[in-house]
Ligand binder design. Structure first.
Ligand code: SD4
Length: 318
């Protein structure tokens, strides 16, 4: 991994062009706002987040608007109400948001019938004395605040069947993705968020890594931010994003920290590198990194100079 430090967005654009040829992302110090998001759809989240910055909006607006865009699209079976249903046949959504200054956070899990879980996570952070709400209580809180919702009585037949032990023959357990978006604003402050329908075909009530601080998302204003995607059970057991941020605190750049976290997880885990986890990271200086345990992993990075999908190959086991 070669490191390159520069301060000009124009040079960074060159690096992005280079990196889009599926070479490991190079590292550059970037002035001005920067956003990084999981998966190719992350470019749409970046677009909204950068537009929010251009419109003079806050970093939390950038995170919320970026993620809402993917929840709204909800078209690839991953995020939002169009995401993969649980084993009983209806979607339960997880989301969280974290702000660097003040180390504030809000989180929701197992949320039903709410169109934009990321907005509810933000409401929890800003309007509630708790950090995390789940299930019916989270939905009640969301409705109290007037967010966009659908009538969950449509899920009643599936719930009744599940309770009676009548399980769908073939729950949809196909692959699934999560939008995780990390931002640094023009003043160098950090924030992040994530939103997902979680693992397709999950047992009703299952909570993944995405709404768990330090698992699917962690932001530390002094150091940097990290986000995860993949099999949540494997990320949560290792506090994946907390580990990455702590590795950055010890001096690693975001790329090295993402890779090192995966090596440490693999060393400890009976599954070795067969973890299906991927991470993105962003540090205070505006450097980005990404790594994946067992598959190539596309993600998107945007600066004022451009918005591009990059890709890393799975880490080489050591
Ligand atoms: C979960 N980590 O609920 C999420 C799903 C995901 O790529 O990110 N899939 O386990």
């Amino acid at each position: 991994m070669s490191l390159l430090f520069c301060t000009r967005p124009a040079r960074y654009l060159l690096l992005l062009a280079f990196a889009s040829c599926a070479i490991q992302p190079e590292l550059a110090v970037v002035d001005g706002p920067i956003t990084i998001a999981t998966w190719p759809f992350g470019r749409f989240a970046n677009e909204q987040a950068m537009q929010a910055f251009a419109d003079g909006r806050s970093r939390l607006d950038a995170v919320e608007l970026g993620i809402r865009e993917i929840e709204r699209r909800s078209s690839d079976g991953s995020v939002g109400l169009g995401g993969r249903p649980n084993a009983a046949g209806y979607p339960q959504l997880d989301a969280c948001i974290m702000d660097g200054p003040g180390h504030r956070a809000g989180s929701v899990a197992g949320l039903e019938g709410i169109v934009h879980p990321i907005s509810v996570a933000r409401l929890v952070m800003e309007k509630c004395r708790h950090v995390m709400l789940v299930g019916e209580g989270a939905r009640w809180f969301a409705l109290e605040h007037g967010v966009e919702s659908v009538d969950v009585s449509i899920y009643e037949p599936q719930k009744a069947d599940w309770q009676r032990g009548r399980r769908p023959q073939d729950p949809d357990t196909r692959g699934h993705d999560t939008i995780t978006l990390l931002v640094r604003d023009a003043d160098g402050h950090l924030a992040g968020g994530c939103s997902t329908s979680g693992a397709g075909g999950k047992v009703p009530g299952r909570v993944g890594d995405s709404p768990i601080l330090g698992a699917g998302l962690y932001v530390d204003e002094e150091v940097g931010a990290a986000g995860g995607t993949g099999i949540g059970e494997n990320i949560m057991r290792h506090c994946g994003t907390y580990l990455i941020v702590e590795l950055m605190r010890q001096g690693m750049n975001p790329q090295a920290a993402c890779e090192e976290a995966i090596h440490r997880m693999a060393a400890k885990d009976p599954r070795g590198y067969d973890l299906s986890v991927s991470f993105i990271a962003l540090d205070k200086r505006g450097r980005v990194g990404a790594a994946s345990s067992s598959q190539s992993f596309p993600f998107a990075v945007a600066t004022s100079a451009g918005n591009q999908v990059l890709s890393v190959e799975k880490v080489t086991p050591r």
